[in-house]
Design a protein around this ligand. Structure first.
Ligand code: UDX
Length: 446
């Protein structure tokens, strides 16, 4: 414990969705934290206690922790010099020229740490990386001769629940160096101090080697993506067979071995993790000569992308073959509710495609319009839901924000020109909407 009563001195390199939340959450667990990022505007926001993106609860947490002096932010890598544990939380996006992960930000973060590392320090990777990356980084750190060690501690947070997932995760995984049968217990002991609060609350902890820790993360995301594409594949069959995929999901979901979560058929998964992680995983498996083992992930990806096309096709079909000049309201742009993230968002993709086909698209979202506009300035955006719905000949619900799930079919009917809705997330009560005169179309429901 230091002179201010704070436990461990931590640095967090990279203050995006992952790093900013991690930094604030670690401060709330009693540590002294400095968050470092190259983006000056982002650091200025964070230092003022403002989240640079929408994440429920984060603004308040930042304000509290910055206010009590447990959390500060800097663009200067030297600000990490006092810390003894250094989290690497930078992005690993899809490479511009392929499916593999782009590791340039991880490499730059490690470069920035090397000059300040001291004996006893632990560098902790949180970024999602191809298996084998940690071993290579450990070798670089060893070569540098500081005596610092490496651990890999994958992050499983979900956007929208990021704070709660970080403070109280389902499990904590440490990948540490292995020499023969011996794992680096000293590195694990340092992480035990960092995670003392969740561990005391009974959070399961798994200590393993680097490769297993790296694979745990991509395996978890691959499984979740597969589960979603599985139910979307069932939706495609249900449609032609005259069955109902939501009832099918309820029925198989009662089997505890299967579980109901992540079985919601619809426009599919997006975001900054699932799509790029399954692509990077299959690219890495191919490099390792085992591409066939995860060949199914290509199909998972294809099934997923097909759902976006299917929504576009449903819209085109509802207008008898052409959407040119037809007024379409798109509800939702974020890749999921409670997030302003539009990376690989199915909703934004559908909006762009319909706009490209000549439809008169008006898109709305409670928090993601600014990010969507940054990527697709050609689209028409309307912040107010009522205004977005006004005069629509078709309504597409593509991100299940609560306010869209709770729309009143009678009141909504009074706004639109034609009562036609595509429920791209299977969240509307069809009987109620039909009773109000709506034609309701959805994935996997005859
Ligand atoms: C995911 C993992 O859940 C998390 O553990 C990991 O750390 C990062 O990636 P996140 O990207 O925040 O988190 O979103 P998640 O809640 O997993 O949803 C991913 C996508 O799947 C969203 O686009 C969501 O709309 C979609 N989805 C989810 C479905 O289409 N159907 C479902 O049943 C569930």
């Amino acid at each position: 414990m230091n002179e201010r009563g704070l436990l461990v001195r931590l640095s967090v390199i990279g203050c995006g969705y992952l790093g900013a939340v991690h930094a604030a959450a670690m401060a709330s667990l009693g540590h002294e934290v400095v968050g470092i990022d190259v983006d000056e505007a982002k650091i200025a926001d964070l230092a003022a206690g403002r989240a640079p993106f929408y994440e429920p609860g984060l603004d308040e947490l930042l304000r509290d922790q910055v206010g009590r002096g447990a959390l500060r932010f800097s663009t200067d890598p030297a600000a990490a010099a006092d810390a003894t544990v250094h989290f690497v939380a930078v992005g690993t996006p899809q490479s511009p020229d392929g499916r593999a992960a782009d590791l340039r930000y991880v490499d730059a973060a490690v470069d920035s740490l090397l000059p300040i590392l001291k004996s006893g320090d632990v560098v902790v990777g949180k970024s999602t990386v191809p298996v084998g990356t940690a071993a290579a980084i450990a070798a670089r750190i060893a070569e540098h001769g500081s005596g610092a060690r490496l651990a890999w501690n994958p992050e499983f947070l979900r956007e929208g629940f990021a704070v709660q997932d970080t403070v109280g995760p389902d499990r904590i995984v440490y990948g540490v160096a292995r020499a023969g049968d011996e794992l680096d217990e000293a590195a694990a002991a340092v992480l035990d101090e960092v995670y003392a609060v969740p561990l005391a609350a009974g959070t399961p902890r798994i200590v393993t080697d680097f490769a297993t820790a790296e694979l745990v993360k991509v395996a978890a995301n691959a499984f979740l993506a597969t589960k979603i594409s599985f139910i979307n594949a069932m939706a495609e069959i249900a449609e032609v067979a005259g069955a109902d995929v939501t009832q099918l999901a309820d029925a198989i979901g009662h089997d505890a071995r299967i579980g109901r979560r992540f079985l919601n058929a619809g426009v599919g998964f997006g975001g900054g993790c699932l799509p790029k992680d399954i692509r990077a995983f299959s690219a890495r498996a191919e490099e390792l000569g085992r591409g066939e083992s995860v060949a199914f992930l290509r199909q998972v990806d294809e099934i997923n992308l097909r759902q976006r096309q299917r929504v576009v096709d449903m819209a085109v079909a509802s207008f008898g073959g052409s959407v040119v000049g037809r007024r379409i309201a798109i509800l939702g742009l974020a890749f999921k509710p409670d997030s302003d993230d539009v990376r690989d968002s199915p909703a934004l993709d559908v909006a762009v495609q319909l706009n490209g086909l000549g439809a008169d698209v008006v898109a709305t979202d409670p928090h993601a319009i600014a990010n969507a506009r940054g990527r697709h300035p050609q689209l028409r955006y309307e912040a107010d839901t009522t205004a977005a719905l006004a005069g629509a000949e078709s309504v597409l619900l593509l991100t299940e924000w609560r306010e869209y799930r709770e729309l009143d079919p009678v009141a909504t009917a009074a706004l639109v020109a034609d009562r036609h809705v595509i429920d791209g997330r299977n969240v509307l009560d069809r009987a109620r909407w039909r009773a109000a005169g709506w034609r309701v179309v959805a994935h996997g429901r005859a």
